[in-house]
Design a protein around this ligand. Structure first.
Ligand code: SF4
Ligand code: SF4
Length: 196
């Protein structure tokens, strides 16, 4: 066996070992996450390049590892103790969301749009207020079963083609403890050499 093949085999074995190792300590505190995210900025950009250019596996293989890592980390984070996304992020709403939510509140879609949404200069519709006015005092969503699609899909870690959404992931590392911890765990699991 050639030296290069042996080295590739050793690297693959290390990556496989890392993928089966439980993630390190989970960090949940938003101020700490914001600080680490600022500190990690250049490393995160290097990791993005690594994912897009150097990682030797298919998009489907990467998505499978991202989903497995997400499930492991999400099971250790209680969103009702956080709700940071609902308190700080803008929520996009489409016509289907408006219709569903209007029906839930027993008002017309037009009335719902006027009362709860706004339209930006690109003609995109958003919830008018942040923090979200549907967030309850107990940090639970008061319209959970009918929440907008954007809320259902957030933080987009189970969607296909993770590698195509890495800019958004970098931006969300400082906002969402799940994204932050998954992103850090992926650096280890996907064989990225971290800064010291
Ligand atoms: S999705 Fe992320 S930001 Fe939103 S509540 Fe859960 S951990 Fe917090
Ligand atoms: S609709 Fe519910 S899940 Fe979406 S931002 Fe508001 S409180 Fe959070």
């Amino acid at each position: 066996m050639s030296r290069w093949k042996r080295m590739a085999g050793v690297k693959r074995a290390r990556v496989e070992e890392a993928q089966s190792t439980p993630p390190d300590r989970i960090i949940r505190e938003i101020p700490l996450i914001e600080r680490y995210s600022r500190h990690n900025e250049s490393e995160d950009v290097r990791f993005r390049t690594y994912l897009k250019v150097r990682l030797d596996q298919t998009s489907e293989e990467t998505d499978a590892i991202v989903r497995k890592t997400t499930d492991e980390i999400w099971s250790q984070i209680d969103c009702t103790k956080c709700a940071h996304c609902c308190k700080t992020m803008q929520v996009a709403v489409d016509a289907t969301d408006v219709k569903r939510l209007a029906a839930r509140l027993g008002i017309t879609p037009q009335k719902f749009s006027r009362r709860y949404t706004k339209v930006d200069e690109y003609r995109e519709r958003w919830f008018a207020k942040s923090p979200c006015e549907f967030l309850g005092e107990d940090n639970c969503c008061t319209i959970y079963e009918d929440r907008p699609k954007a809320c259902r899909d957030f933080p987009y870690l189970h969607s296909d083609h993770f590698v195509g959404r890495t800019m958004m992931m970098i931006s969300n590392t400082s906002r969402c403890p799940i994204v932050f911890n998954v992103w850090q765990a992926l650096k280890v699991r996907l064989g990225f050499r971290r800064s010291r």
